[in-house]
Design a protein around this ligand. Structure first.
Ligand code: FRU
Length: 484
């Protein structure tokens, strides 16, 4: 079947229920499907949206195109949770059902305001000539999950192109602010645009946020500001960023800067750090983070990238979300850690030792190991007998280096490299908390100083975990219970 433009933007009502059930079954039954990560019910998912705390529960939505593994007509699908690990699917929440979001309810954010959840997102509209107008739209969700009262708030001002999207709602000193990704008309560079409102209805533009002296490529997507232990932290996705400004290998990076103070009125992040990759692996994009009422910062990412195909496309589904990561700041470093409740999924705890950690796994586990200093070797996961298939962690605890290598893990995005590498302290113990969920791996390094995330597609029966030689380490292994 060919994915014509017409087909991708066909209204949801024109698809029949049976087709959707088939697609849902295909996604659910895949050997590569995630079982304890938020995954597509059918079709393609991308950015997390509206990650928030409301009515004493956590909420997250994701961008969804339910009818295939392509970026078609997008909507928001809603999940809620009591612990950030077990999620209940509440179904389609923001539909592309008005003129101003006719070609997609694109990304946005949410915040509890006066007993309701305020949503703000980009309505993607195209006219007969395929000219795009992005509308920034608000809506309100009540405690029963009903979304209503859609209202257009503002459009792109004259100096900004049609690339103007992904508003994040923020509140400071009794005013509301929204930050959005934008491209200026004059130079076609990427920016973060700041808007202000006192009543959530009348909005004025304050200008581009000053957070770096460098040029941010041709567009910034999904800007997100969160306070991490008192450090304003700006997470964003620059597209077309020059690699001399910040090194990255993914097609588009998901980066962050931290500062000492955020001043929306002056459009200024004070003392910005240099740009750093939020994740040191292959597939993290569009991370959203928010602060709980007590200040705790949680983040969740899309595991997937724009303009990238994956092997499950031929099964008509694609991508997933990361596990939720708790953010903190220690010794000048941003740390990302699994939330405590992930431990409730652990089953059959085992101490592991020896060169072979497991001859066979279910593909759904956590492996937490401490590798002693002054050793170099390779840990193969998802491996077969002759190791011709595997995803590998190559470590050197003398020089201080860790490489995630997926060159033997099925074909994904080879043109952007098959290894990712981080530098570590030399002569030190290496702490790895590894989460595997069928075709996704998340490696938390040294208690969250780095996270390396990636999809991999070895044959589903490749389930060995083995070192290349005897290694001095201690570790534990758990099977992980399914949540999806
Ligand atoms: C990022 C993005 C956003 C947009 C959304 C559409 O992945 O391109 O900028 O709002 O996806 O699905």
């Amino acid at each position: 079947m060919e994915w014509t433009r017409e087909k991708r933007y066909l209204p949801y009502s024109k698809w029949n229920a049976e087709e959707l059930l088939d697609l849902q079954a295909e996604a659910a039954n895949s050997d590569y499907q995630m079982r304890y990560h938020l995954r597509p019910i059918s079709g393609l998912i991308n950015d997390p949206n509206g990650f928030s705390y409301f009515n004493n529960e956590y909420h997250v939505f994701y961008q969804s195109y339910p009818f295939g593994a392509v970026h078609g007509l997008k909507s928001w699908v809603h999940f809620k949770s009591n612990d950030l690990v077990h999620w209940t699917n509440l179904g389609l929440a923001v539909k592309p059902d008005t003129k101003t979001d006719s070609h997609g309810a694109y990304s946005g954010s949410a915040k509890e305001i006066n007993g309701k959840l305020f949503l703000i997102y980009t309505g993607n509209h195209r006219d007969q000539n395929w000219i795009r107008t992005p509308y920034q739209i608000s809506a309100w969700m009540d405690k029963n999950g009903k979304v209503e009262d859609k209202k257009v708030l503002f459009k792109n001002p004259d100096n900004i192109t049609e690339h103007f999207r992904d508003p994040q709602i923020l509140e400071k000193d009794g005013n509301y602010y929204a930050i959005l990704g934008a491209q200026d008309k004059a130079q076609k560079h990427g920016h973060i645009d700041v808007w202000k409102s006192s009543d959530l209805e009348n909005w004025e533009e304050l200008g581009f946020l000053n957070f770096s002296d460098e040029e941010m490529g041709y567009m910034i997507e999904c800007p997100n500001l969160v306070q991490v232990d008192g450090h304003p932290t700006l997470i964003f996705c620059p597209q077309g960023l020059d690699k001399s400004i910040a090194d990255y290998q993914n097609i588009y990076p998901n980066m962050y800067v931290t500062g000492s103070k955020i001043d929306f009125e002056q459009c200024q992040l004070t003392n910005p750090s240099k740009l750093q990759n939020f994740d040191d692996g292959f597939d993290v994009y569009a991370t959203q983070a928010f602060n709980m009422p007590d200040g705790t910062a949680y983040a969740i990412s899309w595991i997937g990238l724009p303009d990238t195909t994956y092997p499950t496309d031929k099964e008509n589904w694609a991508n997933c979300l990361s596990q939720v990561k708790k953010l903190s700041f220690k010794d000048g470093k941003l740390l990302q850690q699994p939330v405590d409740a992930i431990k409730t999924l652990r089953r059959n705890e085992e101490n592991v030792d020896g060169q072979t950690i497991k001859e066979n796994t279910t593909g759904q586990y956590e492996l937490k190991i401490k590798i002693k200093p002054n050793q170099a070797g390779t840990l193969y996961l998802a491996a077969n007998n002759d190791l011709s298939q595997n995803i590998a962690l190559k470590f050197d605890t003398k020089q201080g280096q860790l490489i995630l290598d997926r060159s033997k893990a099925g074909k994904v995005s080879v043109s952007y490299g098959e290894t990712r590498q981080i530098a570590l302290e030399g002569n030190s113990e290496l702490d790895l908390d590894i989460f595997v969920d069928h075709s996704v791996i998340e490696v938390f390094v040294n208690n969250g100083e780095h996270v390396m995330t990636g999809r991999f597609f070895t044959n589903p029966d490749c389930q060995r975990i083995i070192f290349d030689h005897e290694i001095d380490y201690t570790g534990k292994f758990w099977n992980m219970e399914s949540t999806m």
